[in-house]
Write a protein that binds this ligand. Structure first.
Ligand SMILES: Nc1ncnc2c1ncn2[C@@H]1O[C@H](COP(=O)(O)OP(=O)(O)OP(=O)(O)O)[C@@H](O)[C@H]1O
Ligand SMILES: [Mg+2]
Length: 332
């Protein structure tokens, strides 16, 4: 009932020359009102491509949605016109990018850029918009907002720019915010402040959020549910607590084992052996088999489906279906 977004079998492929990269190869998930869903996985597994597909910001020259649907208020976002998108993007669904420089326009002041979001979508007068911009800059923790209004992006620090971008993304109280590595470019201390800020505003307005991150620590703290991607597909999904307490997929186990821990006496940090293989379609076997310590012949013969466990916990692993799962992590 409180479903905000339902993504079914989304496929987004890139073409370069004669080769096709199935960057997102049949991804399904949902987001509820006020919920934070984390998407994790190593570089190149398709996280940003999911995000860009949802908000229709793919590079049209070589990216194409090959199939699937994204239902938002019962309508398929994949079928909306350009005009319809101009009313959805920024107003109903907005995005916070990793790099504020790429999202802020260097030739306009920060105040004008935030005001534009308000005058375009909310039909505010200039005076109303200015007051609201000051309020928003305060909300995102920018000191002396009245004087900061007239700053150009280059006159602000990276942390300030990121706050300004968050102000733009949240200006119209969108129902969904997609944050793609929103703090990766920042110092750790600023990261924590900005994440806390985003979460406070999100909770205040009951927004749904999709948070993409490499950092399992951030995801553990911020997200209600976690979706783990590998090679363009979802390999595991479940409540955050369940994923951390009892990860099911060997890939998720590997990701969790790679988190540095202060109270463990380990000389070297665990790393999942190998790297994400080059994607080609069709696959026909478990995409993680080549790096998996538990792979059996079956894993090379067919690709496992997402197998449902308790409380909606899903895992794309043949070992899930065995009565004795027998793949409890015995790594030292
Ligand atoms: N514009 C593009 N043209 C061609 N291939 C692309 C393009 N963007 C991404 N890809 C490929 O699609 C796959 C998924 O990329 P994507 O950027 O979605 O990964 P990601 O999970 O966001 O990685 P990262 O953690 O590094 O941001 C990769 O193999 C990547 O090389
Ligand atoms: Mg990315």
């Amino acid at each position: 009932m409180n479903m905000l977004l339902s993504v079914r079998n989304l496929k987004t492929y890139y073409r370069s020359g004669s080769s096709v990269v199935p960057a997102v190869d049949g991804v399904s998930f949902h987001l509820r009102k006020g919920e934070v869903l984390g998407i994790v996985g190593e570089s190149g597994c398709g996280k940003s491509t999911v995000a860009r597909s949802l908000i229709n910001l793919l590079d049209k020259s070589n990216a194409r949605i090959e199939g699937g649907e994204v239902l938002f208020h019962g309508e398929d976002l994949m079928k909306q016109s350009r005009k319809a998108w101009s009313r959805i993007r920024g107003k109903k669904i907005s995005m916070i990018f990793q790099n504020p420089q790429s999202a802020l326009n260097p030739v306009y002041t920060v105040g004008d850029q935030i005001a534009e979001a308000l005058t375009v979508h909310q039909k505010m007068s200039r005076k109303e918009a200015r007051d609201r911009v000051v309020e928003l800059l305060k909300l995102v923790g920018i000191p002396e907002p009245e004087s900061r209004l007239t700053n150009y992006p280059h006159e602000m620090s990276g942390g300030m720019q990121q706050r300004a971008m968050i102000a733009i993304a949240l200006a119209c109280h969108p129902e969904i915010v997609i944050a793609d590595e929103p703090t990766t470019a920042l110092d750790v201390t600023i990261q924590a402040q900005i994440l806390a800020l985003m979460d406070r505003i999100r909770a205040q307005f009951q927004m749904g959020m999709i948070l993409i991150s490499h950092n399992m620590g951030i995801v553990a703290e911020m997200c209600d549910r976690i979706m783990v991607m590998y090679g363009g597909v979802v390999v595991e999904e479940g409540e955050t607590a369940a994923i951390f307490a009892a990860p099911s997929h060997p890939y998720t186990k590997g990701l969790l084992a790679s988190i540095p821990s202060l109270d463990e006496d380990r000389d070297t940090l665990y790393a999942i052996p190998g790297s994400v293989p080059r994607l080609t379609a069709p696959v026909g076997h478990c995409r993680f088999a080549g790096r998996c310590a538990y792979a059996k012949s079956k894993c090379w013969e067919s690709e496992p489906p997402l197998i449902e466990g308790e409380n909606g916990h899903r895992s794309r692993c043949w070992l899930m279906e065995a009565p004795d799962r027998g793949h409890d992590d015995e790594r030292e």
